[in-house]
Design a binder for this molecule. Structure first.
Ligand SMILES: CCCC(=O)SCCNC(=O)CCNC(=O)[C@H](O)C(C)(C)COP(=O)(O)OP(=O)(O)OC[C@H]1O[C@@H](n2cnc3c(N)ncnc32)[C@H](O)[C@@H]1OP(=O)(O)O
Length: 302
């Protein structure tokens, strides 16, 4: 208790400084677009169709839906720019704790829209699209929300890459994930290979990328790509996913968000940098409302 009361003004200052820092970072993320990015955004918008829908719920869990059922939820150009806008919206959602990414109409996503791909198949446009999606999916993974991809039906190509931009993956028992890039004469370009290696290790990543091996729920669980399997026909998969996610999102938003930040820094930074970040994040919850309530409750962990 002594440490708590002596340290408080300093910790409050730290919290204040960090709050300012995160706010500035968010403003920067949302408002600054360099000219190259603006150029590719304009080009992508020439390929319309579908939408990325976002529903932010009072529970602190948001549901993002890749919605283009006529094309098995393939990403049109305008959907790529909408995805970036939705991520931006989530970056400023301070009450948020969790995120479910799903596809509309019972299937996840069949990657990029091949009509758009054909139209921008020159290397310059391809590189710009790849940069744009890489940046967006990196920001999606770095959101201070615990995220889960709900994979029903098929997740192919860029759709498979999208699943790796979430913290967890759930599959329905009849679903399938496949990095079909090799069959398309490609490798992942949306950051999916780098993330896949971190999730399943390089041996398994080679099997999935060089063999374009289909991943069913059993194989997915075996290699650590898939965290759990939902049985088809038993209830509502979205409700089941919300229930599954709530085991991690129950509790105060600042604490859940702090957990995601320390795990993220452990995953992405050097040990020294991660330790520094962990100290800073610790300072944001130490002596905070959830901490004080727990102390007052004299919580026992039986
Ligand atoms: C860096 C990113 C790399 C990439 O993502 S490259 C793209 C990788 N994805 C693909 O190659 C998917 C190709 N599509 C397929 O294999 C099959 O359509 C798929 C998804 C297995 C579904 O098969 P089925 O259930 O038999 O249905 P279907 O073939 O009749 O498809 C229904 C309608 O959806 C369309 N569709 C599916 N995937 C698409 C895509 N990626 N881009 C554009 N259109 C796509 C398909 O053409 C069909 O449209 P339509 O009814 O013929 O007008």
């Amino acid at each position: 208790m002594a440490l708590c009361s002596v340290g408080r003004p300093l910790l409050q200052n730290t919290r204040h400084a960090l709050g300012w820092f995160f706010k500035q970072k968010q403003t920067f993320c949302c408002k600054v677009h360099d000219s190259q990015e603006e150029e590719i955004r304009k080009k992508l918008q020439l390929f319309p169709g579908g939408s990325i829908d976002l529903q932010k719920q009072e529970s602190g869990i948001a549901v993002m839906t890749v919605n283009n059922p006529a094309r098995m939820n393939a990403f049109s150009g305008s959907m790529m720019t909408e995805l970036e806008e939705r991520v931006c919206e989530l970056e400023t959602w301070t009450e948020g704790k969790g995120l479910i990414v799903q596809g509309a109409a019972g299937t996840f996503c069949s990657g990029s829209d091949l009509n758009a791909v054909r139209a921008i198949s020159n290397p310059q446009d391809g590189m710009k699209m790849c940069m744009f999606m890489q940046k967006t999916l990196t920001r999606l993974l770095r959101l201070p929300l615990i995220s889960v991809a709900l994979v029903e039906g098929k997740a192919l190509g860029g759709g498979a890459e999208l699943t790796t931009a979430c913290d967890f993956r759930l599959m329905t028992s009849d679903a399938m994930i496949q990095f079909v890039h090799k069959h398309m004469g490609l490798v992942p370009g949306w950051g999916g290979a780098a993330r896949l290696v971190r999730i399943v290790g390089s041996q398994n990543a080679l099997k999935l990328l060089a063999g374009s091996r289909k991943v069913d729920p059993d194989f997915g669980k075996q290699i650590g790509l898939v965290d759990d399997v939902l049985t088809v026909g038993e209830g509502n998969t979205l409700v089941d996913t919300e229930r599954w996610l709530s085991q991690f999102t129950k509790g105060s938003a600042p604490v859940i968000r702090a957990v995601k930040k320390v795990v993220l820094s452990g995953r992405e930074l050097s040990l020294d940098e991660a330790l520094t970040t962990e100290r800073h994040v610790f300072g944001t919850v130490w002596g905070g409302p959830a901490n004080l309530e727990a102390l007052a409750r004299k919580t026992k962990h039986k």
